[in-house]
Design a binder for this molecule. Structure first.
Ligand code: MG
Length: 288
């Protein structure tokens, strides 16, 4: 199933999306998406009911998890070619040539303040940064919580998947020698267009693409992840309980702005589109 958060004529709903029918059917009984995820097994029977839908063209989609309960957990340098382009860009504090691929996943976070919808504007914050960059990523949504989750059990804890843009202020990432400040600016995490439940796709074989003003910049497949989803869940849940609705962004492939010489940073008016096969497309304009 595909679950969306949306507004129709000013009122907010959670809904089940019918992509072929181009409609979304409102569902009741949950406070928000995190609540729906936490109580999914109980709510499931009523989610299957057949209430009339709204045309997708007539609704405004919000981020599927509009208000995350905690920071979005992100993985850095998880595609080989991206790890190399980041290292040679000069924007990775402490980069060592020949040691681009890490032995352990690099993990950081973005605050809930960063989340915006799949078609919302993203602020460039040009008073504090001049190097805003895009990163298309597959995001894993945790269903069943747990601590010290074994790799073999990891997929049992996944509710579904969505698309995120891990927008980054490269100068802040470099100058402050950590990633949080460059990653957590307001509006820096467009998300959507909905959550696709884990039974509907194979997360280890998804095409991941990003265009800037219709120019294809990133084009990869999740089969290229250095640290796969079970490894990430096992690593992140070690000593820290994951809870329903936690979001793990799995890292971006090569082709980000700093991968070019000179770098291609985003400017006002640029439109960044991202698509992951079997999930969908998000498209955000960057504004001053
Ligand atoms: Mg990233």
């Amino acid at each position: 199933m595909k679950f969306a958060s949306y507004s129709h004529q000013g009122s907010k709903h959670l809904g089940v999306v019918d992509v072929t029918g181009q409609s979304v059917r409102p569902i009741a009984g949950a406070i928000d998406m995190v609540d729906l995820i936490a109580r999914y097994e109980t709510l499931k029977p009523q989610l299957a009911s057949d209430a009339p839908g709204h045309a997708l063209a007539e609704v405004r989609l919000h981020a599927p998890i509009e208000v995350p309960r905690r920071n979005i957990i992100c993985v850095g340098k998880n595609y080989g070619e991206h790890a190399k382009e980041f290292s040679r860009s000069g924007f990775e504090a402490g980069a060592v040539k020949g040691a681009e691929i890490d032995d352990y996943p690099a993990v950081f976070s973005k605050g809930p303040n960063t989340v915006v919808g799949p078609y919302d504007d993203v602020k460039l914050h040009s008073h504090i940064t001049s190097s805003v960059d895009y990163e298309v990523e597959l995001a894993v949504i945790i269903g069943k919580g747990g601590r010290d989750i074994a790799k073999a059990d990891a997929y049992k804890h996944v509710f579904g998947y969505t698309v995120v843009n891990d927008v980054t202020a490269r100068d802040r990432q470099k100058n402050h020698k950590q990633w949080f400040l460059g990653k957590t600016l307001d509006t820096f995490c467009p998300m959507g267009p909905w959550i696709v439940t884990s039974d509907e796709l194979d997360p280890e074989n998804l095409d991941v693409k990003c265009w800037v003003n219709d120019e294809l910049r990133q084009n990869a497949n999740t089969s290229d992840l250095i640290f796969d989803i079970p490894t990430l869940i096992a690593t992140i849940s070690a000593g820290m309980a994951l809870v329903p609705g936690d979001i793990i962004a799995t890292g971006t492939p090569a082709g980000v702005g700093i991968g070019f010489t000179p770098p291609k940073f985003l400017k006002a008016g640029d439109v960044v589109a991202m698509e992951i096969s079997n999930i969908g497309r998000i498209e955000n304009k960057f504004v001053a």
